[in-house]
Design a protein around this ligand. Structure first.
Ligand SMILES: *[C@@H]1O[C@H](CO)[C@@H](O)[C@H](O)[C@H]1NC(C)=O
Ligand SMILES: *[C@@H]1O[C@H](CO)[C@@H](O)[C@H](O)[C@H]1NC(C)=O
Ligand SMILES: *[C@@H]1O[C@H](CO)[C@@H](O)[C@H](O)[C@H]1NC(C)=O
Ligand SMILES: *[C@@H]1O[C@H](CO)[C@@H](O)[C@H](O)[C@H]1NC(C)=O
Ligand SMILES: *[C@@H]1O[C@H](CO)[C@@H](O)[C@H](O)[C@H]1NC(C)=O
Ligand SMILES: *[C@@H]1O[C@H](CO)[C@@H](O)[C@H](O)[C@H]1NC(C)=O
Ligand SMILES: *[C@@H]1O[C@H](CO)[C@@H](O)[C@H](O)[C@H]1NC(C)=O
Ligand SMILES: *[C@@H]1O[C@H](CO)[C@@H](O)[C@H](O)[C@H]1NC(C)=O
Ligand SMILES: *[C@@H]1O[C@H](CO)[C@@H](O)[C@H](O)[C@H]1NC(C)=O
Ligand SMILES: *[C@@H]1O[C@H](CO)[C@@H](O)[C@H](O)[C@H]1NC(C)=O
Length: 346
């Protein structure tokens, strides 16, 4: 809480290389310099659109990180969440329908990028860069984002329904979803949950904790009673489930370690948040305490975990494509795909 890390690329550049070196350099597929020749201004372009959008929509940064997260957990970071697809689109999956947002801002970023450097920057990379810029803009760390992802050709609603962590899930259930995508069940879970240091949630995601936790008209015993009082003013029983409230009641729009100090006094908004601290004997408690006491430690772990998350099941090289419109697979790809199908069916 006491330390403010400057928003500087240079600080976390060292960290990125440290992470790379732990893995095998020869296998590293992404690179922070990927667009240096082909679209050197990519980060500035994304930042400009983000800053303009945040003037009228202060929670847009949190919404964009959520899109990246909800993309990466479903078939990897391939921008599948951005595809408009009435039958299999991830946008309408339960964890996203009427809650995932920011699609128009991604469209605006893509439009400027297509005019500055056509057919070059993937929608999946836009989500990764927009996430980093959002964190930085809100006072959090900055880092050199590994780039070179390609966009997928399909969305999968079934996988979105099964893979994404839920707001009322137990720590065990959430851990198993992290394991399924190759992330670790302690630091990655706690650090990435820390993104709830900003943004909003709808009443329906936590009202059961206020009024009917186990179906006995009870409250969640791990919810601070003062906080419960305040929340029940915002979200009265039987009221409008779409009303929004701050995920971090202390500093709602700042990226800082207050999310963790809140958990220490039972002021996590979602059950999935509070579980990190309130699950008896959990290995996450000690990490919450460390991040609460040391914001630098949180920032460093957050960056490492974001880089790991941004590396899940990637399409690189010539796999997938670079979409020109983030909402649709390129027409040319669809044509060549049907040709292939035609050829293979002959
Ligand atoms: C990213 O994934 C690739 C392929 O699985 C792996 O070789 C590399 O070490 C990973 N990089 C990071 C930073 O985790
Ligand atoms: C890079 O982007 C910034 C912000 O959008 C803009 O002011 C600048 O002119 C751009 N530079 C180039 C070389 O396109
Ligand atoms: C800035 O944001 C406003 C409101 O969100 C939008 O109408 C406008 O087109 C944006 N301007 C630019 C240059 O992106
Ligand atoms: C998504 O929400 C809308 C209401 O806004 C609803 O009509 C639709 O059935 C939902 N879609 C799915 C797949 O649940
Ligand atoms: C979604 O993924 C599941 C599991 O991999 C697979 O069985 C299913 O066919 C996929 N659905 C679509 C529409 O691709
Ligand atoms: C939330 O989790 C609690 C504890 O497992 C459970 O009793 C309750 O039914 C869940 N509520 C909802 C709305 O899923
Ligand atoms: C509380 O939950 C139980 C079990 O789901 C349900 O039968 C009851 O109607 C709920 N009570 C209220 C006030 O919603
Ligand atoms: C419920 O709240 C949302 C968000 O504040 C608002 O847009 C919507 O109009 C409200 N619905 C009703 C029926 O009041
Ligand atoms: C509840 O929150 C208040 C701050 O709002 C704090 O002073 C108090 O210690 C908390 N109670 C518990 C049991 O954590
Ligand atoms: C806070 O964490 C950083 C990064 O892990 C570490 O270098 C520093 O020594 C820690 N500070 C304290 C007071 O423990």
């Amino acid at each position: 809480m006491s330390e403010k890390m400057p928003c500087s690329k240079y600080i976390v550049a060292a960290l990125f290389f440290a992470v790379l070196l732990q893995g095998s350099l020869s296998n590293a597929q992404l690179s922070p310099t990927f667009y240096d020749e082909t679209c050197p201004n990519v980060t500035n372009i994304i930042r400009d659109v983000l800053m303009n959008a945040s003037l009228s929509d202060p929670r847009i940064g949190a919404s964009l990180i959520r899109l990246h997260f909800h993309d990466c957990f479903v078939q990897g970071c391939d921008a599948s969440i951005l595809l408009d697809d009435p039958a299999n689109g991830e946008k309408e999956a339960l964890p996203n329908n009427n809650s995932a947002r920011g699609y128009e801002v991604v469209d605006a970023m893509k439009a400027v990028l297509e005019s500055a450097c056509p057919n070059t920057v993937s929608c999946a990379d836009i989500l990764a860069i927009a996430s980093e810029e959002s964190v930085c803009l809100a006072g959090g760390p900055s880092w050199a984002v590994p780039l070179g992802r390609r966009d997928g050709l399909t969305a999968n609603r079934t996988l979105a329904n099964s893979n994404l962590p839920g707001f009322n899930e137990s720590l065990e259930a959430i851990k198993s979803k992290f394991t399924a995508v190759g992330l670790d069940t302690s630091t990655d879970v706690v650090a990435l949950s820390g993104a709830h240091t900003f943004g909003r949630a709808q009443c329906f995601t936590f009202t059961s904790r206020l009024y009917n936790f186990t179906g006995e008209g009870d409250t969640d015993p791990t919810l601070n009673t003062t906080y419960l009082e305040a929340l029940s003013q915002i979200c009265p029983q039987g009221g409008n489930g779409s009303v929004l409230t701050d995920l971090d009641p202390t500093t709602p729009d700042a990226f800082d370690s207050n999310y963790f100090t809140n958990l220490q006094v039972n002021r996590g908004l979602l059950r999935s948040d509070q579980q990190l601290f309130s699950t008896e004997g959990a290995d996450t408690i000690e990490i919450v305490n460390r991040f609460a006491a040391n914001q630098t430690a949180f920032f460093e772990s957050f960056v490492e975990s974001m880089i790991r998350m941004g590396n899940i099941s990637l399409l690189t090289g010539t796999a997938g494509e670079i979409r020109t419109n983030c909402r649709a697979v390129n027409a040319a790809t669809i044509r060549s795909y049907s040709d292939d199908v035609l050829v293979s069916s002959i």
